[in-house]
Design a protein around this ligand. Structure first.
Ligand SMILES: [Zn+2]
Length: 280
């Protein structure tokens, strides 16, 4: 909760991509990674890319943060954990702090990283803090378009976006209808969860907006043929509103989601070499 409050504090000014506020959020995330002892994936954490505007003169710079936790088996399959750190900034003079969207996913990634440092994974884990999700999944698109490692090695993306609000009392896991073999793995992790875990929001027959396959940074991975799981809650009254603040988060719910996510990542790590999406 301390991390959630820090990353969604007013002085972050809503972390809009391309602003000094996003740079402040990045500096905070890098300090956390360093204090946990997680090294950059490459020479540095920052991986800049161009956010293409409809008017080329209005192009801006986005910056993803990429870190790596080495597994015990080098050169094997890799798990990419992701969360976007940008949000929608200040609108009509009101700061949109984005505590749930998506300071919560970033904090979940940091908690998982701490756990993986204490209990090293079998396979390499990449931590991706994506920029410019809100304006069109730009950070994830840039990552997938210029992968830092061979495409064949990326077995799975697990994306976290809005994982802290308990309004509807459940965490959703989307993606298993695209890669059904992930369902029993996630169900095993869900057995010990202290919150209800629901599966779905990933089929075409749903009403418009209820299929979340392309609704966050896992979308570009899916389009590239990479299996994904997405963890998130249903939209709530403060979704993209100035009221998406840390004090609206139930610490017990958030803690339970993070504990479930840790269990899930451990099971996925063990199964990583077997994970395949069926031909579509
Ligand atoms: Zn989001």
């Amino acid at each position: 909760m301390a991390r959630l409050s820090a990353l969604s504090a007013d002085y972050m000014q809503g972390r809009r991509a391309g602003t000094p506020d996003a740079a402040r959020a990045r500096a905070w995330i890098i300090r956390e990674l360093q204090s946990i002892g997680v090294s950059p994936l490459g020479a540095r954490y920052e991986s800049p890319f161009t956010i293409r505007s409809r008017r080329p003169t209005a192009d801006t710079l986005g910056v993803n943060l990429l870190a790596r936790i080495p597994g015990r088996r080098p050169d094997g399959p890799v798990l990419v954990l992701s969360a976007h750190y940008d949000h929608v900034g200040v609108q009509n003079g009101l700061i949109h702090n984005g505590a749930d969207d998506n300071a919560s996913g970033c904090v979940a990634l940091l908690a998982i990283a701490e756990q993986l440092k204490a209990n090293p994974p079998e396979h390499d884990v990449i931590l991706a803090f994506f920029d410019a999700e809100e304006s069109g999944l730009h950070g994830a698109r840039a990552f997938v378009a210029a992968l830092p490692i061979a495409r064949e090695r990326i077995a799975l993306n697990v994306n976290f976006d809005m994982v802290a609000r308990q309004d509807r009392g459940a965490i959703w896991v989307a993606g298993t209808s695209h890669t059904p073999m992930l369902r029993p793995l996630a169900e095993l992790a869900a057995k010990n969860a202290r919150i209800p875990v629901r599966f779905g929001h990933d089929t075409k027959d749903l009403p418009r907006g209820d299929d979340w396959t392309q609704s966050s940074d896992h979308g570009p991975f899916h389009s590239a043929g990479i299996p994904f799981l997405y963890l998130g809650v249903e939209d709530h009254a403060d979704y993209h509103q100035p009221g998406d603040d840390a004090d609206k988060v139930d610490p017990r719910f958030f803690h339970a989601v993070v504990d479930f996510a840790i269990q899930l990542v451990q099971r996925l790590d063990s199964a990583l070499p077997t994970i395949r999406r069926p031909a579509q």
